[in-house]
Design a protein around this ligand. Structure first.
Ligand code: EPZ
Length: 435
C-alpha cells in the first residue's frame, strides 16, 4: 500500500501533458473482439484499469503486444501503443474475479455475442458511487435479436443466427450501454437505429474507430445514431482521444492554486461545460496552438479570484458527473456559497466527509451539497473512496496548510497516469511513499 503526502501552498505553473482518455480506451480495447485482424491502439494511458482489461482480454484468448511511449522524468511521456490480435479467441466467458475489479468489463458482452453468437459475463455489481445496473445494456441487445438469460450472477447473451436490425430507445442516456450496442450493431444483419444515445466525446471516438474497421455508423455524438451492420470488420490503427476528465482536474488545480497551466493535448470542445464554470469562477481560458515548447492545448490561468458557483451534473454536453468531486474541492475554497447537484449517480458525495476533515464547510441535502467557501484548509490524513473523490482530496491538499496524507492510492491509480510526476513538474510539493 502507498500514500501521497502533499504539502499545500504552491501555485502551479507550466505544462501538464494530458494522457489518452481512460473512458475512451476501455471501450476501444473491446473492438479487437469484433475482428480476426489485428487492431492497434496508440496513446493508451498507463493505468490500472487498462491492465485489468488486458487481463480479461488475455483470458478470452486475445494476444496483446505492448510498446511503451518515448519519455523522460518530467512525466511528459507519449502514450503506450498496443496491438490486439483477436484471431484465436477460445473463450467467451468473462469471470467474476476479473469483472468485479472493473465494471467496464461488461463492454465485452456486445462484441462477443455479435461475433460468436454466445457470450457470458459476470454481472458487474455495484460500486462506491451507486448500484450501477446494466438493464439498459441488456434491453438494447434484446432489441436487436439477442436472447438474454440471467443465472448464478452471470448474464448470458446468445444469438445463434446473428444479431438483427432493430430500434433501440434509451429512456436515459447511458455511456456504457451506447458503447455496447454500437459495437454489437456493427456486425448485425440489418440496420440498427438508436434513439437517445449518450453523446459523450468517447462515443464519437469509438464510432470513428469502428468506422475505420469497416463499420457503417452515422450520427455518433447526436441524439440519433444509425448503424448499417456489415458481415465482417477489419483491423485498424487508432489513437485514443485526450482525457477530458484528467485535463479538467488539472484545470481546477490551476484555479485553486492561483496558477497558470497549459494542458498539453487537451481538447477545449470536449471540456466545454467545465470550462464554462471555470470562467465563471475566475479562470482565464485560451486555446493555444502547437509551438516549440508544447504540442498545443488548453491554457487555464487564475485571475486571482475564486467565485462560488452552482452546477448540476448532466449527460454530455452538460456538466460531467466525473468532474463533480473536483469542482467541489474548488467550491470549498471559493468566495461565497456554491450549490452542487449530482443528478447522475445516487451516491457520489463520498468525498464530502473527507473534505470536511480538511476544514471544508459542506452540507448535503439529498442530491445537492451546499458548500460555503472557507479561507483556509488544514492538512490532515484522508481516505480515498473512489477514483474522482480521491482526486478531489489531492486538489484540496494542494491548497491546504501543512501536510495532507492520502491513503488507498489504488483508487487514484485507476484513472490518473503519473499524477505525482505531473504535479511536481509544475511546482507541487508531493511525494508517494509506502503507507
Ligand atoms: C461511464 O460509466 C463512465 N465510465 C463513468 O466514469 C461516468 O461517470 C459515466 O459513464 C457517466 O458519464 C466509463 O466510461 C468506463 P452510464 P457508465 O451507463 O457507462 C444508469 C469514472 O470516474 N444506468 O452512463 O457505467 C446508471 O446507474 C467513471 O471515470 C442504468 O440505470 O455510466 C447511472 O445512474 C465513473 N442502467 C446513469 O445510468 C444501465 O443499464 C448513467 O450511467 C446503465 C446505466
Amino acid at each position: 500500500m502507498e500514500k501521497l503526502i502533499i504539502k499545500g501552498g504552491n501555485a502551479l505553473h507550466g505544462i501538464v501533458p494530458i494522457s489518452g482518455a481512460k473512458n475512451a480506451a476501455l471501450p476501444l480495447m473491446c473492438t479487437p473482439l469484433l475482428t480476426p485482424d489485428p487492431v492497434t491502439l496508440e496513446n493508451l494511458p498507463r493505468l490500472a484499469d487498462i491492465n485489468t482489461l488486458n487481463d480479461l482480454l488475455n483470458h478470452l484468448g486475445v494476444s496483446i503486444t505492448i510498446r511503451g511511449g518515448k519519455g523522460g522524468a518530467t512525466g511528459r511521456r507519449e502514450g503506450r501503443r498496443m496491438t490486439f490480435d483477436g484471431s484465436e479467441i477460445t473463450n467467451t466467458v468473462a469471470p467474476y474475479d476479473i469483472v468485479r475489479k472493473m465494471r467496464a468489463s461488461i463492454l465485452v458482452l456486445g462484441p462477443l455475442v455479435a461475433r460468436f453468437g454466445d457470450a457470458t459475463v459476470s454481472m458487474p455489481g455495484g460500486c462506491a458511487i451507486g448500484n450501477r445496473p446494466i438493464d439498459l445494456h441488456l434491453k438494447a441487445l434484446e432489441a436487436i435479436g439477442a436472447d438474454i438469460e440471467l443465472k448464478d450472477g452471470y448474464v448470458r447473451a446468445t444469438a445463434p443466427h446473428g444479431l438483427t436490425g432493430g430500434t433501440v430507445r434509451f429512456p436515459i442516456a447511458s455511456v456504457g450501454a451506447t458503447e455496447n450496442i454500437l459495437m454489437a450493431a456493427s456486425l448485425a444483419k440489418g440496420t440498427v437505429n438508436i434513439e437517445n444515445p449518450a453523446r459523450e466525446p468517447e462515443i464519437i471516438d469509438l464510432a470513428n474507430c469502428l468506422n475505420s474497421m469497416g463499420a457503417r455508423i452515422v450520427g455518433a455524438g447526436t441524439e440519433f445514431i444509425t448503424i448499417e451492420g456489415v458481415p465482417r470488420l477489419y483491423g485498424c490503427t487508432h489513437s485514443v482521444m485526450p482525457d477530458r476528465v484528467e485535463a479538467g482536474s488539472y484545470a481546477v488545480a490551476a484555479i485553486m492554486t492561483g496558477g497558470d497551466l497549459l494542458l498539453e493535448g487537451a481538447n477545449a470542445h470536449d471540456m466545454g461545460a467545465m470550462l464554462g464554470v471555470l470562467e465563471e469562477t475566475g479562470g482565464i481560458i485560451n486555446e493555444e496552438k502547437a509551438c516549440a515548447s508544447h504540442k498545443g492545448g488548453v491554457r487555464v490561468k487564475s485571475n486571482g479570484h475564486r467565485k462560488g458557483f452552482d452546477l448540476v451534473t448532466q449527460p454530455f454536453p452538460g456538466f460531467p458527473t466525473d468532474m463533480q468531486a473536483q469542482f467541489m474541492a474548488l467550491a470549498v475554497v471559493a468566495d461565497g456559497a456554491s450549490v452542487i447537484t449530482e443528478a447522475i449517480f445516487e451516491n457520489r458525495f463520498m468525498h464530502v466527509p473527507e473534505l470536511c476533515r480538511l476544514g471544508a464547510d459542506i452540507t448535503v441535502n439529498g442530491a445537492s451539497a451546499t458548500v460555503r467557501g472557507v479561507n483556509a484548509l488544514k492538512g490532515a490524513p484522508v481516505m480515498a473512496t473512489d477514483l474522482r473523490a480521491s482526486m478531489s482530496l489531492a486538489l484540496a491538499g494542494l491548497v491546504a496548510e501543512g501536510e495532507t496524507h492520502i491513503n488507498r492510492l489504488y483508487h487514484l491509480d485507476r484513472g490518473y497516469e503519473g499524477l505525482e510526476g505531473k504535479l511536481r513538474a509544475v511546482g507541487a510539493d508531493v511525494e508517494r511513499v509506502p503507507a
